[in-house]
Write a protein that binds this ligand. Structure first.
Ligand code: SF4
Length: 397
């Protein structure tokens, strides 16, 4: 194991986030009457509605949208920008589904298909364990032959070898599939995985909840209602999760706003979501590769609208691997307060043509954050502060 110390400090309620008064320095300005109305609500702390969301997407005044998102971001998270040191483990890319959005999944026994033996998965985890990793992010394809026992053993083995590392594992789509294969309810499956060592769940597979869009991009997957129901069960089991939204394909403004509203409604009920993560669609190597890549403007606007509509989500992430570090850096002024991690060997978005480096050093990530005028704070998965000491190596969780 490496010799870097990582000490978990205070939780999110004790961040020492300095009030950051960008709003006083740059007064709000717009000629768009719709945004003036929304601005009044934002300043009063009033909840925005569906029409507000559509107006935010519909306006051309990106700076005014950004002003409001930045205001809310600073009200909720001060000047802090979070990141974490994590490692992605994708145990298999073999998948029975054939989502048109996907460049990662392969049919069994086709070129490029792989499945890690348990030892191999544990070795993969160990080989990237050089920088006091605080999280393993584990997702993969829906393998027709891997049993729930394989995943339970995978998790147990990781916990045994890396007891201090948080295991954020398995999307709602995988949980549904594993439950069906094991002939268990999703609730039972979640509890078994939790008992084996899963600490929280990632937010993938949500895509866009609209049935119309799902039929086009991922009709082999559970529907939006099922995704939300399983997320509810994860929260009821006492685990936190994230929520993603894949945008920039065949969805429209209504679909994006509807997706956010459905997430917000569940969050009102459970409070179990930590972070909203808009994911820019990468069409390369997918059946949808005729579609253009997302524009920087849509990337920035989607983050900003997410920050404004999802008033009950504490965090909005600009996932630099998909957005590029440059756009992610700008997003820190448009509502985002998290850049994700110094990810090593991420496969899913790189198979879809992401050209970003697979990992970024912590010092480089911190530099990007500071250059944007934000204060970098390393967090663990649950947004507790981590402090490091290069001389020793203890992880106090
Ligand atoms: S998106 Fe997920 S479920 Fe769909 S084909 Fe790819 S790996 Fe399989």
């Amino acid at each position: 194991m490496s010799n870097v110390s990582a000490t978990i400090l205070a939780g999110p309620s004790d961040l020492n986030a300095k009030p950051f008064a960008s709003a006083a320095v740059h007064p709000f300005q717009t000629d768009d009457a719709r945004l003036q109305r929304i601005h009044t609500k934002v300043m009063a702390g009033e909840r925005l509605n569906t029409q507000d969301g559509l107006d935010l997407f519909g306006t051309g005044d990106i700076l005014a949208v950004g002003w409001m998102a930045n205001y809310v971001r600073e009200r909720m998270n001060g000047n802090i920008c979070y990141f974490n040191v994590n490692r992605h483990i994708n145990p298999t890319n073999v998948c029975v589904a054939a989502c048109r959005l996907c460049a990662f999944g392969r049919k069994k026994d086709t070129p490029g298909a792989y499945t890690m033996a348990l030892e191999e998965a544990w070795e993969t985890a160990a080989s990237g364990y050089s920088e006091a990793v605080t999280e393993f992010h584990i997702v993969g394809g829906l393998h027709p032959d891997l049993s729930l026992e394989y995943y339970l053993d995978l998790v147990r083995g990781l916990k045994e070898r890396f007891p201090q590392v948080h295991l954020k594992a398995f999307t709602m789509v995988e949980l549904s599939f594993l439950a069906k294969r094991a002939k268990l309810s999703t609730r039972e499956t979640i509890l078994k995985l939790k008992e084996a060592g899963v600490d929280s769940c990632p937010g993938g597979g949500a895509e866009i909840f609209s049935d119309r869009v799902r039929h086009i991009i991922c009709d082999h997957k559970i529907d939006g209602g099922e995704w939300l129901e399983i997320a509810r069960e994860v929260h009821q089991a006492g685990m936190r999760s994230n929520a993603t939204m894949l945008y920039g394909h065949v969805e429209n403004d209504e679909d994006r706003v509807d997706h956010m509203m459905r997430l917000r409604a569940l969050q009102d009920e459970t409070g179990g979501f930590q972070t909203f993560i808009p994911l820019a669609f990468h069409p390369d190597n997918t059946p949808l590769q005729h579609l253009p890549k997302t524009s920087g403007l849509l990337d920035i606007k989607t983050i900003a609208v997410g920050r404004l509509l999802l008033d009950n989500f504490q965090h909005v992430k600009a996932y630099w691997q998909m957005l590029t570090p440059k756009i992610a850096q700008i997003a820190l002024r448009f509502g985002a307060d998290d850049l994700d991690g110094t990810v090593i060997e991420e496969k899913i978005y790189h198979d879809a043509g992401a050209t970003t480096p697979q990992g970024m050093a912590r010092t480089e990530l911190e530099r990007l954050i500071r250059e944007a005028g934000r204060e970098p704070v390393e967090r663990d998965t649950l947004y507790q502060r981590v402090s490091r000491n290069a001389a020793s190596f203890t992880v106090n969780v």
